[in-house]
Design a protein around this ligand. Structure first.
Ligand code: B1M
Length: 214
């Protein structure tokens, strides 16, 4: 039953069904499908298929843009449900998508779940220059810096941020987590990040672990 709803959600993303995504997501939630499942096993799955179609030249840039809009529309329904009213204060996370990269759907989900878990999240948005990350670290004094990159060509910007943190003697003060479709634990190790959680759920678990909270 839950599988049918998830399949419908994924299909709505693939078919770029902006008109009906709200209704389909609401139906799934009303039927008791957990909000996180709707995001990770419904909408994100659909986005994966959209990416495959783009690679196969079945979809083009306009379809990528539309798929992003459909997912954002669905997220409007789910996001409030992921955020708890009563939260502990686990610390501050500064997060952003690195310079040159405009993909923010995954980063937003990570930010939402971190916030729901009790972190104070400072979201710098997309296309964030290394200097901006540093300014935010100096201003907000976070325990964690999180970076997202979806393009292989923008992944080196993560190293630029870490190098700048080192140069400004800030690296020891923060933990650094990185993520995005092409990011691997090996890459994280190579550039000197602390961890590369594979998804938003793992990002929360890893963040707590890095701070000795679990
Ligand atoms: Co683009 N795009 N895109 N795109 N896009 C990809 C990434 C691509 C893989 C598609 C493909 O070819 N199969 C490909 C990259 C190839 C590569 O470099 N290896 C690509 C390309 C090429 C491009 C353009 C260059 C296309 C062009 O212009 N010709 C262009 C680049 C623009 C730019 O950034 N400068 C471009 C543009 C776009 C849109 C703007 C149209 C749109 C983004 C809309 C938006 O984000 N607001 C878009 C989309 C939608 C995609 C795909 C289809 C879907 C991405 C997505 O939202 N996934 C994508 C294909 C794919 O990824 N398979 C593709 C759903 C999301 C929930 O997953 O972001 O992976 P994801 O996040 C996950 C995990 O990765 C992880 O947790 C998240 C949730 O569980 N995670 C973290 C992410 N960040 C994390 C941070 C953490 C921890 C975990 O800690 C801090």
């Amino acid at each position: 039953m839950s599988e049918d709803h998830l399949q419908k959600i994924s299909q709505a993303i693939v078919e770029l069904d902006y008109q009906n995504i709200t209704k389909i997501v609401k139906e799934a939630l009303d039927a008791g499908v957990p909000p996180l499942k709707v995001v990770l096993e419904g909408m994100a799955k659909g986005m994966e298929i959209v990416g495959q179609k783009y690679e196969a030249n079945e979809y083009f840039l306009s379809e990528l843009i539309m798929a992003g809009e459909v997912m954002k529309e669905g997220m409007k329904i789910v996001e409030p449900l992921l955020k708890d009213a009563e939260k502990p204060n686990l610390g501050t996370v500064v997060i952003g998508t690195v310079k040159g990269d405009l993909h923010d759907i995954g980063k937003n989900i990570v930010a939402t779940l971190l916030s729901a878990a009790g972190f104070n999240v400072i979201d710098l948005g997309v296309d964030v220059a290394p200097e901006k990350f540093i300014e935010a670290v100096e201003k907000y004094n976070p325990q964690i810096v999180g970076m997202s990159a979806l393009l292989t060509v923008t992944m080196p910007a993560m190293k630029d941020v870490i190098d700048l943190l080192k140069k400004r003697s800030l690296r020891e003060k923060v933990k650094v987590i990185i993520g995005g479709a092409a990011v691997t634990p090996e890459f994280a190790k190579k550039i000197g990040a602390d961890a590369a959680p594979k998804d938003a759920v793992e990002a929360v678990q890893v963040s707590k672990k890095l701070l000795g909270l679990s």
